[in-house]
Ligand binder design. Structure first.
Ligand code: FAS
Ligand code: PHB
Length: 389
């Protein structure tokens, strides 16, 4: 089989890139390791930057998001019993969109199917060949049947555990990593959100986040230690701890109920450079990971897709290679700013066992400054709503 762009990974990055390129007349094939239902079963991001919303509109996939999504013009931040609001609309003129990654992925799959986009599921043994040559290809198997896909370019959209990044020779790759000494225990419950906006809370017992998917579907997170297991946490224990980590005014109105999903995610910051090797381009989690505190994982995948889509569209339209030659540097310039914000916000909101009394005072002073300074809140808001592409 032959295509113009072989896309490895059928998560949000791969699907969005495939949809955008298809609408621009560029042929793609998406190779996905899992089934569609498995991919849709993942509970992940919940907050989209305006840039992502615009990209979904450009891809012709934003109708349901615009109908069912919730524009949020601010967020609440709490430390101890103090809570304050960062007003995105007043400080930046831009809201964010609360709409789950699961729904984004559902919309993208629906759009691909509507355009008869080529997606191969349950692929195995995906191997990239000749990425640094002129005739790259991918070999793989489906239900034991060996296949080969010849292509002009390869997009590695296969996430942190995929094969694309590792296909770049170790002596070419430079990797940067910070592993955080805590994880996030997440719960999804069919209960009304505790407030109409998100609440990020730094308490002496640890971080908590109150988020949502819709008026009767709430998403909550608690900072947890890396040796904890989901089975260590009953629903009752989770709700009890959450109430102790948010200001009383919110705890008093928290509506609890049975969890319909419960999981623990480790937190890391990670970047690989370069994001291009020959005809292979890395996108999204295949190239970089952020702690979810700043809601940037999915959103930085979107900016990579934006850059790569325009680069490949220009190449096929006019042979212009400036976009593909500049892709890695351009994507990484934004990635590193997103990494900084995600690291900063995580460091500000989480407590660690090795935190000295001085470190704690610094954290409290930074929160007091953020609570009282419009300039500090504007800087935070500019990063949270999304830096320009
Ligand atoms: P993805 O990992 O989503 O998709 C990669 C796809 O490639 C997967 O479908 C995988 O099955 C497939 N694949 C892997 N190896 C393959 C192979 N060899 N061959 C073919 N296919 C292969 N971000 C936020 O903004 N907020 C959050 O709260 C948040 N929570 C998260 C929780 C968890 C547990 C994780 C892991 C991530 C979370 N993220 C969050 C980040 C997440 O949303 C990612 O940024 C987003 O999924 C990135 O999308 P992709 O780059 O498409 O990678
Ligand atoms: C979520 O709703 O899953 C979510 C929202 C904001 C974050 C992280 C996760 O910063």
């Amino acid at each position: 089989m032959k295509t113009q762009v072989a896309i490895i990974g059928g998560g949000p990055s791969g699907l969005l890139l495939s949809q955008l390129l298809h609408r621009a007349g560029v042929d793609t094939v998406v190779l996905e390791r899992k089934t569609k239902d498995y991919v849709l079963g993942r509970i992940r991001a919940g907050v989209l930057e305006q840039g992502f919303v615009s990209l979904m509109k450009e891809a012709g996939c934003a109708d349901r998001m615009e109908r069912d999504g919730f524009p949020h013009e601010g967020t609440q931040i709490a430390f101890g019993e103090t809570a304050f609001r960062v007003d995105f609309a007043a400080l930046t003129g831009t809201p964010v969109m609360v709409y789950g990654q699961t729904e984004v992925t559902r919309d993208l799959y629906a759009a691909r199917e509507q355009m008869d986009g080529k997606i191969e599921y349950e692929v195995e043994n995906v191997t990239i060949h000749d990425a640094d040559g002129d005739a790259p290809c991918v070999t793989y198997a489906v239900h034991g049947q060996e296949r080969r896909l010849d292509c002009d370019f390869l997009a590695g959209c296969d996430g942190f555990h995929g094969v694309s990044r590792k296909s770049i020779p170790e002596d070419v790759r430079r990797e940067y990593e910070k592993v955080y000494p805590y994880g996030w225990l997440g719960v999804l419950s069919e209960t009304p959100p505790v407030d109409h906006e998100l609440l990020y809370s730094n308490s002496e017992r640890g971080f908590a986040l109150c988020s949502m998917r819709n008026e009767n579907l709430s998403r909550y997170y608690l900072q947890c230690s890396l040796d904890e297991k989901v089975e260590d946490w009953s629903d009752a224990a989770f709700w009890e701890e959450l109430k102790r980590r948010i200001p009383q005014q919110f705890a008093d109105k928290l509506v609890t109920g049975p969890s319909i999903e419960k999981s623990i995610a480790p937190l890391r910051s990670f970047v690989t450079e370069p994001m291009r090797w020959g005809r292979l381009f890395l996108c999204g989690d295949a190239a970089h990971i952020v702690p979810p505190t700043g809601a940037k994982g999915l959103n930085s995948a979107a900016s990579d897709v934006h850059y790569l889509y325009h680069a490949l569209k220009d190449f096929y339209a006019s042979g212009d290679e400036r976009g593909i030659d500049g892709y890695s540097a351009k994507a990484l310039a934004r990635v590193w700013k997103v990494e900084r914000f995600s690291w900063w916000f995580s460091s500000l909101m989480h407590r660690t066992a090795d935190q000295s009394a001085f470190d704690h005072r610094m954290q409290m002073a930074e929160l007091e400054f953020l609570a009282s300074s419009e300039a500090a809140q504007r800087a935070m808001a500019e990063n949270y709503v999304g830096l320009p592409y």
